[in-house]
Design a binder for this molecule. Sequence first.
Ligand SMILES: Cc1ncc(C[n+]2csc(CCOP(=O)(O)OP(=O)(O)O)c2C)c(N)n1
Length: 603
Amino acid sequence: MNINMKNEQAQLAAKLPETKPLSGNEAFAQGAWEAGVKVAAAYPGTPSTEILETVAKYPEEDIYAQWSTNEKVSLDVATGASFAGVRSLCVMKHVGVNVASDALMSLTYIGVNAGLVLIVCDDPGIHSSQNEQDTRIMCQFAMIPALEPSDAQEALEFTRLAFDLSEQFDTPVIVRSTTRLSHTRSPVSLGDRVEVESRGFVENPNKNVMIPSNARTQHPKLLEREKGLREYFETSELTRWEKGDAKVGIITMGTPYTYVKEVMGDASILKLAGSYPLPENKIREFAASVDRLFIVEELEPVVETQVKAMGIAVEGKKFFSRLGEFSPELIRAGFAEAGIIDKATIQKDWNVSQTIRPPVLCSGCPHTSSYMALRAINARVAGDIGCYTLATVEPLQSIDTVVSMGSSIANAIGMAKAGGDTKPIVATIGDSTFYHSGVPPLIDAVYNDADITVILLDNHVTGMTGGQDHPGTGLTLRGKKTHRVDYEDVIRAIGVKWVKKVDSYDMAAMYQTFREAIDFKGVSVVISDRPCVLDPLKIKGPSLEVRSKNCTACQVCMNLGCPAISWSDEWYDGHHKVKIDPQSCMGCTLCAQICPSDCIQAV
Ligand SMILES: Cc1ncc(C[n+]2csc(CCOP(=O)(O)OP(=O)(O)O)c2C)c(N)n1
């Protein structure tokens, strides 16, 4: 190669967009940054958490980014920024939409000033959630366009485009992801950021104030908007007709598109930008061009129901489940069931078995002692959502109910008011969850004089989602020191008369304090206080060991469910003695505190 050719190649490479391997979540963040977003807010939730964490890595002068106390607050913050004239982003997991939905249902009537985009990550297969709801139904319900990218490149591009659509059609736009897309890495071409001028606050109470008279005039505009968006998707490049064998036509979108391409690459495919609103004419044209029409969509038959309502014969959920996450194997099995693929070609030995590993709290987890104490007290425990939900399963097995984030305290109020239970009524709630949605029910408990005990499990972090900060940690999303909202101050200000803080690693004090709290008539709160052993720093004290000659194999320490403790090869009276793995042991000493034969000691 001569020097000129080398120079030409170098110039060409300089013109090409930079390509990087990005996860879907990183690509969403990049798309938002490229779109000129100025304000971003979220409450963490798997699989969406890394989107805002990535946004916070872009320069502060470009984007202000914050953790909000909950999803409704984050949407209201984004809405405020849009009112003020700058592009804003809001991110949440699918169940977060339930929390934000009151604001969302009004926002859809208001529309936007500057573009507002919500990225919502669903969790088909329930890898880490309390349910498997399909956000696409919420999009239809709220009449908000749903964009459904198939891979990380589209995650970036759809997000960037979503801001333009938001402004063009005066609507919030939802970009819908799923766990597979959010957490899968693939090469992505990056673009530059466009700096978008602030539009400033536009005074327009008829549009911005949702009182009945204004809502009445706004509602018909939503129908107009829907019509406009439908027409847009009819001709948009995002609606892609990939011509193939006309015997089988498949309408699909999102991650299922990639499975369809892998399994049925020769078929005719209509790839949709999303599930709402649908390009009806394009779908009719496509349906007329194929012998048999299928819809492949994960979770609910959102598109299928709409296409059937158009009077078009289509098959979908008959062969592709409404439950769980899709995979190429499931798509292949569905088409085999439909008689499209020869069943004999399906690989039978695909089932790869995994070693079963029950979920447990970490060794040294400060939540463990609370549940040991509650089990000893034999309390009726209304649980909540966080790492501590793991105390539902053996061996701690001490939580009776878990509904949704922030439900524990009000569930306990209901149980106490129902009466008839001989057990003391206790609610357990994490520190992040308390500020998310635990404060109003605590106010309710005081107001209605409920006889309940609340255990606030303060591990100084949002543990479940990977250690995010929150108002109780005193640090912002970008790690800056800020005002720490003090639990005791808040709880006392609400009017709780009995509040005590106790060290989670002092088993006897925990038990004693719980007993006193339960004996108190009315609302009592115990703050179980110790930092998480893994976040933000790994806290490893000197490990403990079992003096095996003194171990009576009583198994009391096994009740902790500590992953550092296991059975040894030695026996006592027909039972296994125990041992401690020094690598995993965090040195919390809980096992030593409860060992009746005093055989667990520091190394
Ligand atoms: C509405 C909603 N938003 C977010 C989540 C994701 N999520 C589950 S538990 C949790 C918070 C856990 O933190 P904390 O209460 O401090 O308990 P920890 O996990 O630290 O024990 C979050 C953000 C969810 N399940 N539901």
